[in-house]
Design a protein around this ligand. Structure first.
Ligand SMILES: O=CCCC(=O)O
Length: 486
């Protein structure tokens, strides 16, 4: 199928109550290709009235959906997994066109995203409960789990499918209905997903999608409605803080998957080949546009020069180009603003004494390209050590011992993930436990796994997605007390 056919096949409207329709005022917005800076197509620009209609549809569908047998819910997800897997190339091309990353990255994301549906198809039938005697023996306690109710799911542009399935999968499995607000920059993947879920048998009203150029126009009326019982957000810490405030009046439950500033620690006893490969994965997966991307490379002084040299060689050899071109590893960043922020942080570090051993500048021509970059001699005062760069830049600093490494790694408001490379098992456990993060990669640059609880601490948010914890975020615990007369 041609790229044009793939784009044309996507319904580009608001999806409410199982029907596609124009936005309430008929307005549309353009979706751009970051690799050419040209417009791909136009999508309905959702208004407050569309958001309100989506709330009505989700509320109306909730009771029946909650009563649907778990096996039936699971089988819809299983069919959706199969459809996504069968359409990997189509979905990957769509994602590359609207988001920029290479086709290899997009295919990997389709597999990762689909696997959340498979995982939660299995979790749907394992929602557990409990039965026990009270301590005095006079009553029985039945503990059961019920769906929290209609949810608002807000998804980001960096993983347009996987961050969707990671929320939609458990919501469907738990028996919740939902309104999804996809990122303005990448609505097509989510609209294609809604279409595919309908094909998989998801009833109308369970999933409603409202693309929009204004997040607040959609989010405000939804969260102001007390019938909406949960909000799940993946995005920046700054926006997350505002959403927490917005959930306060109605005390909606929240899952917050926010920013990161991951430290990547390489000890003197590390397998250096593995550490360099792990560093490339942890830095360059998704063009570096990932909340789990390694943002700070802390390397023992005795191996820092060697590590930097090898990392520089690997980064310099990565092929950059339009994401749909064969063999491209590094695509463009998502937009000009993102590239400008990367440039600014690199320039700041260089003005404070850092040296770019490769890259350090934007790519040539059209497209929001930034060259894979390694920065050596990065000063403690460089902003890049504090702020999430969300791009292909690896700043390297050094440490003298384990205490200094841990202190440096934890010297951040964020706490999503940390990476440790060492051959010493005791050290790996000590440092792994000492890192103030929700996740730790030991001798690996990739922690993301559908069967693992993904999430952070501190300014990286709260709640877990994926793993067994993932579905519990969409379930309320209810206890029934059963008195015995005799
Ligand atoms: O950017 C956030 C999510 C990344 C992942 O799930 O690996």
């Amino acid at each position: 199928m041609s790229e044009r056919d793939i784009i044309d096949r996507v319904p580009k409207q608001v999806f409410v109550d199982g029907a596609w329709r124009a936005s309430s005022d008929g307005s549309v917005f353009g979706v751009d290709d970051p690799g050419t800076e040209s417009t791909l197509c136009e999508v309905a620009d959702g208004q407050a009235d569309d958001a309100k209609a989506a709330v009505e549809a989700a509320v109306e569908a909730q009771e029946e959906w909650a009563a649907t047998p778990p096996r039936q819910r699971g089988e819809i997800l299983r069919r959706a997994w199969q459809l996504m897997t069968d359409r990997t190339d189509e979905l990957a091309t769509l994602m590359t066109l609207e988001m920029g990353k290479s086709l290899t990255e997009s295919r990997a994301e389709v597999a990762y995203a689909a696997d959340y549906f498979r995982w939660f198809s299995e979790e749907a039938v394992r929602i557990d409960g409990d039965y026990s005697r009270t301590p005095d023996g006079k009553a029985r306690m039945i503990v059961t789990r019920q769906p929290v109710g209609p949810c608002l799911l807000i998804t980001p542009w960096n993983f347009p499918l996987a961050m969707g399935t990671r929320k939609i999968g458990p919501a469907v499995a738990a028996g919740c209905t939902m309104i999804v607000k996809p990122a303005q920059l990448t609505p097509l993947s989510m609209l294609a997903l809604a279409d595919l879920l309908t094909e998989a048998g998801l009833p109308g009203g369970v999933l409603n999608v409202v693309p929009s150029t204004s997040a607040s126009r959609v989010v405000n009326p939804v969260l102001a409605d007390p019938r909406i019982r949960k909000m799940s957000f993946t995005g920046s810490t700054e926006v997350g803080r505002k959403l927490v405030e917005q959930c306060a009046p109605n005390l909606q439950r929240m899952s917050m998957e926010l920013g990161g500033n991951a430290a990547f620690l390489v000890f003197e006893d590390a397998d250096l080949d593995a550490a360099v490969e792990g560093a490339v994965t942890a830095k360059m997966r998704n063009n570096g546009e990932s909340c789990v991307a390694a943002n700070r490379f802390l390397v023992h002084t005795s191996i820092a020069e060697e590590f930097t040299r090898r990392l520089t060689d690997r980064m310099a050899g990565l092929r950059m180009g339009h994401g749909t071109e064969p063999d491209v590893v590094v695509g463009p960043l998502v937009n000009d603003g993102q590239r400008a922020k990367v440039s600014e942080l690199v320039e700041d570090a260089v003005s404070r004494g850092a040296r770019a051993t490769t890259g350090g500048e934007p790519g040539d021509g059209a497209g929001y390209f930034y060259r894979p970059t390694v920065l050596a001699d990065v000063g403690d005062d460089a902003r890049i050590l504090r702020e999430e760069v969300f791009g292909p830049v690896a700043p390297v600093t050094t440490f003298a011992d384990e205490d200094e490494a841990l202190a440096g790694a934890n010297d951040t408001e964020y706490g999503l993930v940390g990476y440790v490379f060492t051959r010493d098992l005791e050290r790996a456990v000590r440092v792994g436990e000492g890192l103030a993060t929700g996740m730790v990669g030991i001798n690996t640059g990739l922690v993301s796994n559908t069967s693992a609880p993904f999430g952070g601490v501190k300014a990286s948010g709260f709640g877990r997605e994926g793993g067994h914890e993932g579905i519990t975020e969409y379930l309320d615990t209810k206890y029934l007390s059963l008195a015995l007369r005799s």
